[in-house]
Design a protein around this ligand. Structure first.
Ligand SMILES: *Cc1c(COP(=O)(O)O)cnc(C)c1O
Length: 500
């Protein structure tokens, strides 16, 4: 299996090259040359396996330049009891008849980003070894909050790598910020950016595309890569849990062979839901992919109209990891549904860059509408959804998962479609504790409390245990204090790395 760029200007590379580079040199994203289809027999085999077994099996289709031992090492290094506090790794919880929540946040940083970022460092170092890499790999990350911590945790003290994270200084939750600025490790750097996530993401993309930076880093024997979901090594491990959910439901007799399921995903950069799309292409029978947005509803407008238009105010919401107006991974979807038409994709991305919008035209739009359904959810509805889900089901949702539950409820109302649905639960409620506390605790109890006091109250009054990773966070020493302007991200990077 080889990889090419969604913009068509790069010749085929191996999986190891694609993972090591992170982003294609023409500015596009690496995509697999084809999407493998799993036979009925394979699905039956996967039913019998645990999460690790399923992961090894599925990764092998895409990492054909890795041998079985190498893949197993990556999988065992990532998905083990030291890193995940649930032996099933990505357990399904039945919210009600025909509606399941897949908890993707049992990893060390309490968000679904761990599902990929625990394994990416293993994939990266194996890729470096296989390609005979002698440079240090500098991993640049722009984060809306969760990727940053998960990448720091994954790459901290990994030989041959440096990890640099830029986060929107005023745009993340208190717990997210604390998690990042207290990160230990001799190869880690963290900076707040005085802008929003899109600014940070564009800043990082500009650095990637700058020949000046490439040259200056090369003089220090350094090369850049990415741990954002633009890196294929981030996306691939995410396909596994959707297939795992499906085979688990089959094994338990909840779905019959061939019976369709819907998948509901709270969406920002379009990485997570794209992994579900790939799972569908690989043979998981999917009815609808339901894309849930917060009030930054650029994706739900796109799915309803075929017009992507980022020209709108950036909203700060209580689901900050989805506060994004430029969803990078949509590019990979468009590449697939245009029959891998790199020319069309390049033109749209050019229009997006120049005008902030593009229109995919009737045929592509029809295909988008066939595969996806989408709507958005306000902060008020997010709170209301956390409240009623707690009252009715005694199940505590985080703000992002609540957006997904709310949009799923809208879908049910609009379509009456009762197909079994799996809702991706992307974070522990304790990561966004003040909003969750506001939803489920009486106002007089929360008035005037600090974020960390609220977390304790939340644990005490709901009986839901706070993850160990969040306990004690307020007492950790703050190690990273850099804050920079968007225009100075390149300079900040150079300072961190000691390049002239
Ligand atoms: C990153 C993130 C999302 C959005 O996922 P994308 O892959 O960017 O669409 C949703 N919820 C949480 C908690 C996240 O951390």
């Amino acid at each position: 299996m080889n990889y090419k760029s969604s913009r068509g200007q790069v010749s085929y590379v191996s999986a190891a090259e694609a993972i090591k580079k992170g982003i294609a040199p023409d500015g596009g994203l690496f995509v697999p040359e084809y999407i493998p289809e799993l036979s009925e027999d394979i699905f039956k085999t996967l039913e019998e396996m645990n999460y690790q077994g399923r992961a090894s099996r599925i990764l092998a289709y895409y990492l054909t330049d890795f041998n079985e031992q190498e893949i197993n090492n990556c999988v065992q290094g990532a998905y083990n009891a030291a890193n995940f506090d649930n032996a099933r790794i990505a357990p399904l919880f039945m919210l009600k008849e025909n509606v399941y929540v897949q908890e993707l946040w049992h990893g060390p940083t309490c968000a679904f980003k761990d599902m990929a970022l625990q394994i990416l460092p293993y994939l990266m170092t194996a890729s470096m070894r296989k390609t005979g890499e002698t440079s240090e790999i500098v991993i640049l990350v722009a984060t809306s909050g969760d990727t940053g911590k998960a990448a720091l945790e994954g790459f901290s003290n990994v030989e041959g790598t440096r990890i640099i994270v830029f986060f929107p200084d005023q745009g993340v939750s208190e717990v997210q910020k604390r998690q990042m600025v207290t990160q230990e490790g001799k190869n880690v750097h963290v900076a707040g950016v005085l802008g929003n996530f899109d600014d940070a993401q564009s800043g990082v993309k500009n650095i990637f595309g700058s020949q000046d930076y490439i040259t200056r880093l090369a003089e220090k024997n350094m090369k850049m890569s990415s741990a954002n979901s633009i890196n294929w090594g981030r996306l691939l491990p995410q396909i596994v849990y959707y297939i795992s959910a499906y085979v688990e439901l089959r094994a338990e007799g909840k779905v019959k062979d061939g019976e369709k399921i819907n998948i509901v995903v709270p969406t920002g950069n379009f990485g997570n839901i794209l992994a579900a799309f790939y799972a569908g292409k690989m043979g998981v029978p999917i009815g609808k992919l339901i894309c849930a947005a917060n009030s930054n509803n650029v994706l739900s407008d796109f799915i309803k109209s075929g017009i992507y238009d980022r020209n709108r105010p950036f909203e700060k919401t209580i689901s900050p990891s989805m506060d994004i107006l430029i969803s990078s991974n949509l590019e990979r979807l468009l590449f697939e549904i245009t029959g891998q038409n790199a020319k069309k994709v390049s033109n749209w991305m050019e229009e997006l860059k120049i005008n902030g919008s593009y229109n995919v035209g009737e045929d592509v739009y029809q295909e988008v509408a066939r595969l996806f359904w989408s709507d958005c959810c306000s902060d008020q509805d997010t709170i209301e959804t956390i409240r009623h889900t707690w009252q009715e089901k005694s199940y505590l949702l985080d703000t992002h998962t609540a957006v997904a539950v709310n949009v799923y409820e809208k879908y049910l109302q609009a379509t009456g479609d009762n197909t079994l649905s799996v809702i991706a639960s992307t974070a522990s409620p304790f990561k966004f504790g003040s909003s969750v506390a506001a939803a489920v605790l009486p106002p007089e109890m929360i008035a005037g409390r600090s974020e960390f006091e609220l977390l304790c109250l939340l644990e005490e009054h709901t009986g839901v245990p706070m993850p160990d990773a969040i306990k004690g966070l307020q007492d950790r020493e703050i190690l990273h204090k850099t804050v920079c302007q968007v225009e100075d991200m390149g300079k900040t990077l150079a300072d961190f790395l000691g390049v002239r």
